[in-house]
Design a binder for this molecule. Structure first.
Ligand SMILES: [Zn+2]
Ligand SMILES: [Zn+2]
Length: 345
């Protein structure tokens, strides 16, 4: 079968390798769509090395059709369409035991410890099946959208941390795929107004199409002025940072209303620091939170949003490539020209 093999940073040829053998407790998945994530790009370029194996196959936003079911696996059948939650919690660490399995300290993940989705057939390990991470989808759900349940689950988790509520004004900085998913979720959560700040014109147009009430170019307009104007001088109830630029963190506190929340959703470059004025947090009682991965419950809720068509992710998918065209997909992802790029099979 064809697989994108990560040999080392910046070296990831498409190779012919044997189809994985599965044991009686495992499932073999015929991969149909695996979306490229910003994290994949950081792994491919060597910016992220933690938990990464060489050689291995990465790709963790996965959707496919069950090809084979091990004799001991109950509840799944050949031919079923499934999306796979790639993060497998250990169930026994301090974080798992206190209801925060997304922050599991001994997590294993498909696309890291186990080979990921940029290949024709994927072995789903026993721990993943036992953890109920394999979610069935009706055939009416396009595979590409199924593969976006994973980033949707991450965003859903972040919005729970941020506590977006009815009648909120939400400011989203950065309208890449993640910023746009946050926009869609904020609308569902009942936000009265979503303001999106994004320098790229194409992405601004997308944000408008997907329902943002206010869209601006922070290079041309002063973000602070726009937020003041749109919130009667109060600031946004929730500020979601979907770009990992340390220099904008302090400004986020200024853009937030008193008792509002700033959520640092995007990761920042390793070892980066940012100067903050602590009194902005202190006197304004600003809640600051981050977000990491998702719980299985978040993933299920995300899958239900997609299955019920309550959320439409199709507008975020802009490109599809075959496995053998991975280099091309990578170049496109690097250029920032598209939004979500899916490797399809
Ligand atoms: Zn991802
Ligand atoms: Zn754990």
């Amino acid at each position: 079968m064809k697989a994108v093999r990560l040999l080392k940073a910046n070296e990831f040829p498409v190779q012919d390798i044997p189809v994985p053998e599965i044991h009686e407790d495992e499932i073999l998945l015929k991969m149909k769509s695996t979306a490229i994530c910003g994290t994949d790009m950081r792994i491919l370029t060597g910016q992220k090395t933690r938990g990464v194996r060489y050689p291995s196959t990465i790709g963790h936003e996965i959707c496919g059709i069950i090809e084979k079911v091990g004799a001991n696996v109950l509840g799944y059948e050949v031919g079923e369409h499934v999306a796979v939650a790639n993060v497998i919690p250990c169930h026994h660490c301090a974080m798992c035991l206190t209801g925060h399995e997304n922050a599991c300290m001994e997590r294993q993940a498909i696309g890291y410890e186990f080979d990921g989705g940029f290949e024709e057939y994927l072995r789903i390990p026993k721990v993943c099946i036992e953890s109920q991470n394999v979610i069935k989808l009706p055939e009416s759900i396009p595979f590409e959208e199924g593969s976006l349940i994973e980033p949707l689950a991450c965003c859903l988790h972040g919005q729970k941390n941020a506590g977006v509520r009815m009648d909120d004004v939400v400011l989203i900085e950065g309208a890449g795929p993640i910023g746009l998913i946050h926009l869609l979720l904020a609308k569902i959560a009942g936000a009265r107004k979503v303001i999106v700040s994004e320098p790229n014109e194409y992405r601004r147009t997308k944000a408008k199409e997907l329902g943002a009430e206010v869209v601006l170019d922070p290079m041309k307009e002063k973000l602070e002025d726009v937020v003041k104007r749109e919130t009667d001088g109060l600031g946004a109830d929730v500020v979601i940072l979907c770009i990992g630029v340390p220099a904008i963190v302090n400004q986020a506190f200024q853009l937030c209303r008193r008792n509002g929340t700033v959520m640092l959703f995007a990761g920042f470059p390793e070892k980066s620091t940012s100067d903050i004025v602590p009194n902005l947090i202190h006197y304004s009682e600003i809640h600051v939170t981050g977000s990491t991965a998702y719980t299985r419950q978040d993933y299920r809720e995300a899958a239900n949003l997609v299955k019920s068509k309550r959320i439409d992710l199709s507008g975020i998918i802009t490109h599809r490539f075959k496995i053998e065209e991975f280099q091309e997909a990578y170049e496109l992802a690097k250029s920032g020209a598209g939004l979500k790029i899916c490797i399809v099979n």
